[in-house]
Design a protein around this ligand. Sequence first.
Ligand SMILES: Cc1cc2nc3c(=O)[nH]c(=O)nc-3n(C[C@H](O)[C@H](O)[C@H](O)COP(=O)(O)O)c2cc1C
Length: 373
Amino acid sequence: MQTGIARRLGCEVPIFAFSHCRDVVVEVTKAGGFGVLGASTFAPEHLEQELRWIDAHVGGKPYGVDIIIPAAYDREAEAMAAPETLIPAQHRGFMERLLAAEGVPELPEDERARVRREIVAGRGAMTPDGARRLLDVTLRHPQVTLVVSALGAPPPDVVARLKERGIMVGALCGKASHAIRQKAAGVEMIVAQGTEAGGHTGDIATMVLVPQVVEACPDIPVLAAGGISRGSQVAAALALGAEGVWTGTIWLGTRESELTPFEKDAVFAARAEDAVRRRARTGKTVRMIRSKLSEAWEQPGAPPYLPTPLQGILYNEMHARVVRAGRRDLYSFPVGQSVASVNEETSVREVMLRLQTEYLAAMDRMTRLAGAE
Ligand SMILES: Cc1cc2nc3c(=O)[nH]c(=O)nc-3n(C[C@H](O)[C@H](O)[C@H](O)COP(=O)(O)O)c2cc1C
């Protein structure tokens, strides 16, 4: 499994783990993979703390940071100190009425203030300037050797700053045409993310997308993402032309994951068909657990979705109420279809070992099949 990208980035196996949780990033990296911290949920000061902690615990190894830099967003909201004031009363009222009818209590005032502060400064506030502030923090940490951007090609100033420092620039794409645009923008590694994936995701399945992206960008490494939870799928990804895999959902059920026991139980209970694509969370399509909250926005009479970052600011505050109330029927968190194989708590190390053992078994099986011809 020592592919070109693994050699270039200095990891033992090309298993990339996207996580918002620093412990997962550290454990995956220490177990020979490559951890990538999802930074878009943090305010800059908070990101600084997280990266310092990773630097101190990752045993001197390199790791990555993922920053959402949306090509489409609300410019007015980006320029404002208090973008939440742009959320129309109709939208806020819709959510408030729904939660009141379900008997979900309001957050206590101090908790509400904290959530608003966090959401506006980080969580949900995904804009290009917000991303640049996160980049400023990231560049102070030399152990970060890969920065990946999502939701569009990274802007030229961002690419230039990363390349100046010798940091590899990656990007997530859901279509071969996106990959071509990203490569033209200076991206050096593409994550081809199929519709099965948790989080923001497009329409094309991983099995179809990966070879298309490999053909469209033959001279740069491609990682396969979306639906990967077994070693046989890692072998399949390499067979499709990828140099490694990029995973998200499988880490949600690990001991190292930051999800609460209530949230982990919701993940363990979810089936593949419960991982639906909805716009309720950010205004863009996100694959997440189906719930009364996600479905309410799809009903006739629901207000139209707000642009990024406003929908996310509104949704996240309501989500915090749902989590506090422990209401599984209203709980929607990003997960991919591979959530079906996340059924009990394990450790990052166990997952890493299982993926590699299964990979070897799949390779053996293919060798035997080929030999039998
Ligand atoms: C809970 C969760 C949050 C995510 N948030 C982001 C994000 O902030 N930025 C990003 O580039 N990708 C995000 N993703 C997508 C992952 O980077 C990755 O492409 C995806 O999880 C791979 O598919 P899988 O979930 O089937 O493993 C998220 C995925 C999950 C499950």
